[in-house]
Design a protein around this ligand. Structure first.
Ligand code: TYM
Length: 329
């Protein structure tokens, strides 16, 4: 793997699902992959509605949170999607290669459309912009949570169709890089994935105070909900997963054994999970408190410059391949 790309929407605070599903993997991959490119995708965020004045603040906030998690601007390119206009340019080109039928089958679109009053065309073509994000950098791999697998399959499809119709093997076949925490569930509804859109009690924000984290874990649903895995309920399984992901595997195994023996006291489990999660989050909160807005804006400015060098080269080639732009005449 030579170059990876991934993105995250500035739609709210970073939560444990984002962290275990994607961001922690982004941090670790910095030691393994020569070029890591990470993007705050503000143009994706506007497909779900626009709150004037809020988006820029959230974009800056999220970028700072990513740095606090360990994204290192001296080793990775960290930037904002709208600062590199080639993303939307390539999205338009790729939309000509995308099939309406494929877009209609996207489960994220169907889920979001069900919950929206105004279903924007942007929400429908969202995966085309995502494919453009990735292919613009000719990335070999994309570290994401499981909910993005279908969008990545779609990206591979568009790349193949482009290569086939243009007759050049230009865009690479992108690998989906899933982490151990590829699907973290909601605390209040362990049959749904943890997400910002479900509401406050469903997720744990990375920067929430320790007492709020402990309170949310204390109120996590343990008994009811969905089909049990073996004899452990989905809520308990999710808490045990969190424990594993926090690096407390021995403790998790011990508690799993007592759960299977019917001897687990949920209060004990929740106490241990809260301790471990807070121990993991404490250094992130500390680093975040030390980062100023000006530092974050600086990081994003130089990130956009570096991203743009790569993006501009790809777009020059793509324009040439399809016969548009002044050089094609
Ligand atoms: P977004 O902003 O919803 O989420 C960012 C990342 O967090 C992962 N994730 C989860 N992983 C495990 N369990 C969960 N409960 C959970 N919730 C979120 C997501 O899988 C994702 O990796 N469409 C993308 C953003 C995007 C993108 C891209 C990603 C735009 N362009 C190009 C990769 C490459 C999204 O909405 O992610």
């Amino acid at each position: 793997m030579r170059r990876i790309f991934s993105g995250i929407q500035p739609t709210g605070s970073l939560h444990l699902g984002n962290y275990f599903g994607a961001v922690r993997n982004w941090v670790q991959l910095q030691d393994q992959v020569p070029e890591c490119i990470y993007c705050v995708v503000d143009y994706h965020a506007i497909t779900g509605g626009i709150e004037p004045g809020e988006l820029a603040r959230r974009t800056r906030q999220l970028a700072g949170d990513l740095v606090a998690c360990g994204i290192d601007p001296s080793r990775s390119i960290l930037f904002v999607q709208s600062h590199v206009p080639e993303h939307t340019e390539l999205a338009w080109v790729l939309s000509a290669f995308a099939a309406y039928g494929d877009l209609s089958r996207m489960t994220q679109f169907k889920d979001k459309a069900e919950r929206s009053k105004h279903i924007s065309a942007g929400l429908f073509t969202y995966p085309v912009l995502q494919a453009a994000d990735i292919l613009l950098y000719l990335a070999d791999g994309v570290p994401v949570g499981d909910d993005q697998s279908q969008h990545l399959e779609f990206t591979r499809g568009i790349a193949r169709r482009f290569n086939q119709l243009i007759g050049v093997e230009y865009f690479p076949d992108v690998a989906t890089l899933l982490s151990d925490g590829k699907r973290i569930m909601s605390l209040a509804d362990p049959d749904s994935k943890m997400s910002k859109s479900l509401g406050d009690k469903h997720y744990i924000g990375l920067l929430e105070p320790a007492s709020a984290v402990a309170k949310k874990i204390r109120s996590a649903v343990t008994d009811i909900g969905g089909e049990a895995t073996a004899t452990v309920s989905p809520g308990v399984a999710n808490l045990l997963d969190l424990l594993h992901l926090c690096g407390a595997a021995d403790k998790a195994d011990e508690l799993t054994a007592s759960a299977l023996a019917g001897e687990l006291r949920y209060g004990d489990l929740k106490l241990v999970v809260a301790e471990q999660v807070n121990a993991l989050l404490e250094p992130i909160r500390e680093r975040r408190a030390q980062l100023s807005d000006a530092e974050v804006v600086d990081i994003l400015r130089s990130g956009a410059q570096r991203a743009r060098d790569i993006a501009a080269a790809t777009m020059t080639r793509v324009r040439g391949l399809i016969g548009v732009g002044p050089e094609a005449l």
